[in-house]
Design a protein around this ligand. Structure first.
Ligand code: MV4
Length: 460
């Protein structure tokens, strides 16, 4: 028997789910549908919840503080060894894009359900990522694909060549961390020095790069799916512009109003990039879209929170597909088999204070979800569930699918009206108001829209 294979000749038959909340349940469901056993892990803060809701094997691996539990590599690998798990699914957040954890998992003889270590490391370095994309023909934001030097004159020359405004970003940043916009030459030196120091402190790498700053872009992303045999497809696109402080609030698929002939070559370039780097599993290419042009900014090497909107439009179970790819299975579909239908929205329902946006912990006294055609709810909460203050405030994702964008908005309005979560405060009132907004209904909103809208909504 080849190394790494179990008695049945499969790479693994048990998956340890190294996450919590709705995504842990989502992954468990996909595993069971594929005939795989699962092992759950939890922190002391989540122990009660797992006791109440799961018949699965579960191990409490550490205290509430995620550093000592969901981020504790050794504890997770030990849990896998003790339970006989053959693979680890990291979900999103936590260790999902941690190349060192992926490597330690493979060194322990286990399968990491995600891309290869080198792809994770390359995309974690935003300069290396950009260089990779340029080589593959993916359109990028104007600016060099090399780190900035220390010499002020050279930096000033680079900024002149790009044209103001520019943005300085940390190579080790991403997701909105470690970046600074510069509007005119006299602000460049200080912005550079401050970002350099932040990068050194926060990311362990002082490397910085510079780009043209796009002022009113939309955030559009492309979902890819790859096997380990050189096959890759893209599953359409999503618009994730409705965000506040880099936290997405509503996502939709497809991104509205994007001409097919503009996005097609971009999707094909993403697929080509995946082939060139030997990417495996699922991934997301993030773009800024402005004036009819796509500019790559980052690649996420994990399953994303908003994957359901693409599942709804493509009809493909992305989590199952990701796991099958990790099992070494051949991609069952070619690009021409991928057809996206209708329109889907996802609302992220957060346990948060409507005024301060601070997480609101407490006991859920009542919960009821809408049901019906084209409605899906991904959640881990139930009556009596105690929302703990330690983790992300996401408590549910309300997802709808309908033939047109207009129908999907109506369906979401009805679904939001029916949704009830009592005992804790949530952003449901905000979401209901947002789905009545005219500009949002037209699909004309950029990445700054929600924050502007919130200032008027909160004043009202
Ligand atoms: C930018 C940009 C404008 N121009 N890069 C923020 C998160 C990180 N992924 C990259 N980000 C941005 N990069 C250039 N050249 C504006 C943002 C940005 C943003 C991007 C996507 C979604 C929301 C955003 C909110 C503020 C700024």
């Amino acid at each position: 028997m080849a190394a790494g294979f179990n008695e049945a000749g499969a790479l693994f038959d048990t998956v340890l789910i190294a996450n919590r909340g709705e995504i842990a349940l989502r992954i468990r469901r996909a595993c069971h549908e594929l005939g795989l056993k699962t092992v759950a892990i939890c922190s002391e803060a989540d122990r009660q919840a797992l006791h109440e809701e799961t018949a699965d094997t579960f191990l409490c691996i550490g205290p509430a503080n995620a550093t000592k539990s969901y981020l504790n590599k050794d504890a997770i690998l030990l849990a896998a060894r003790l339970t006989g798990a053959g693979a680890i699914h990291p979900g999103y957040g936590f260790l999902s894009e941690n190349a060192a954890f992926a490597e330690a998992t493979e060194n322990a003889g286990l399968v990491f359900i995600g891309p290869d270590v080198k792809s994770i490391a390359t995309m974690g370095d935003k300069i290396a990522a950009k260089r990779t994309m340029i080589a593959a023909g993916v359109p990028c934001v104007p600016g060099p694909d090399t780190a900035l030097p220390d010499d002020p004159e050279t930096i000033e020359r680079i900024a002149q060549e790009i044209g103001y405004p520019v943005i300085i970003k940390a190579a080790g940043g991403g997701g909105g961390r470690g970046m600074r916009v510069v509007h005119q030459p006299d602000a460049l030196r200080e912005a550079f020095a401050l970002t350099r120091e932040e990068a050194r402190q926060a990311f362990g790498s002082a490397a910085l790069y510079m780009e043209k700053f796009l002022e009113r872009p939309r955030h559009i992303e492309i979902q890819v799916l790859c096997d380990t045999h050189g096959n890759a497809v893209w599953l359409g696109h999503r618009d994730c512009s409705m965000q506040r402080r880099h936290q997405k609030v509503v996502e939709e698929a497809p991104a509205p109003g994007i001409p097919d002939e503009i996005i097609q070559p971009v999707g094909l370039a993403c697929v080509e990039a995946c082939r060139q780097i030997g990417y495996r599993g699922v991934g997301t290419f993030e773009f800024l879209y402005e004036d009819g042009r796509f500019c790559f900014i980052e690649m996420n090497t994990r399953l994303q929170v908003e994957h359901p909107v693409t599942e709804m439009t493509s009809g493909i179970d992305i989590v199952q597909a990701q796991i099958k790819s990790a099992q070494g299975k051949h991609l069952e579909l070619r690009q021409e088999d991928v057809t996206c239908n209708g329109h889907s929205f996802e609302c992220r329902i957060n346990a948060e204070d409507p005024d301060t946006f601070l997480p609101s912990a407490g006991s859920v006294t009542h919960v009821s979800w809408p049901e019906g055609e084209g409605i899906r709810v991904d959640t881990h909460i139930h009556e009596g569930y105690r929302v703990s203050p330690y983790y992300d405030s996401l408590i549910a994702k309300l997802i709808v699918h309908a033939p047109t964008r207009h129908d999907a908005i109506s369906r979401m309005r009805g679904a939001l009206a029916e949704a009830r979560v009592e005992g804790i405060s949530t952003n449901l009132p905000l979401l209901r108001a947002l789905f009545e907004d005219a500009a949002f209904a037209k699909g004309e909103t950029d990445i700054h829209y929600l924050e502007q809208w919130l200032t008027t909504w909160r004043a009202a």
